[in-house]
Design a protein around this ligand. Structure first.
Ligand SMILES: [Zn+2]
Length: 175
């Protein structure tokens, strides 16, 4: 705890532990048909952690992150299965994913990622509206299976992370 850590990822962790704010942010699961559709229509019942949006997609901080920096990207349309994604949606998810990875690599020197969807009821996913996870990976943390199995959740203040992501996302250019 005392030794200074040059890892920039430690920065957000230092002011993470505002548990009350965190519980407020997460709250109870909002009583809406679909949380991601709620985000898209800016429903006040749903915590909004949007980082960026394009015509067909939204990039958002994950409310239940596996790691600091964990984002999700999803179509604005209520799509439930991968094969229903339109070409436009798939392309925008692809581009958003590329931008997120570029940012994480260049600004935070992240050297490993897990990308993916949890599809269907046996996958461990909890929100049927399709969404791609972008999970940065760090040395000496849990393995891929731990992440997939949702067995660890990192605590940070999601609105602080959102603010940081919005700033970086808007400033970042290049690939
Ligand atoms: Zn939906």
């Amino acid at each position: 705890m005392e030794k200074p850590d040059p890892d920039p990822w430690e920065e957000p962790r230092k002011n993470l532990f505002s548990i009350h704010k965190l519980e407020y942010a997460r709250g109870k699961r909002p009583d809406v048909d679909c949380i991601l559709c709620g985000i898209c229509r800016k429903d006040p019942e749903v915590p909004n952690l949007t980082v960026s949006e394009t015509e067909h997609t939204v990039v958002s901080v994950n409310l239940y992150p596996y790691n600091p920096g964990h984002l999700i990207i999803f179509p604005k349309r209520h799509v439930l299965s991968y094969e229903e994604l339109s070409d436009e949606e798939a392309l925008e998810i692809h581009r958003g994913t590329g931008k997120a990875i570029s940012i994480l690599k260049k600004l935070w020197n992240v050297q490993g990622f897990n990308l993916g969807y949890n599809l269907g009821k046996n996958s461990g996913g909890s929100i049927p509206h399709i969404h791609q996870h972008i999970v940065p990976r760090f040395p000496n943390e849990a393995g891929f299976l731990d992440v997939l199995a949702n067995s660890r959740i990192v605590i940070y203040e999601p609105y602080e992370m959102q603010k940081e992501w919005i700033r970086i996302w808007n400033e970042f250019s290049g690939s």
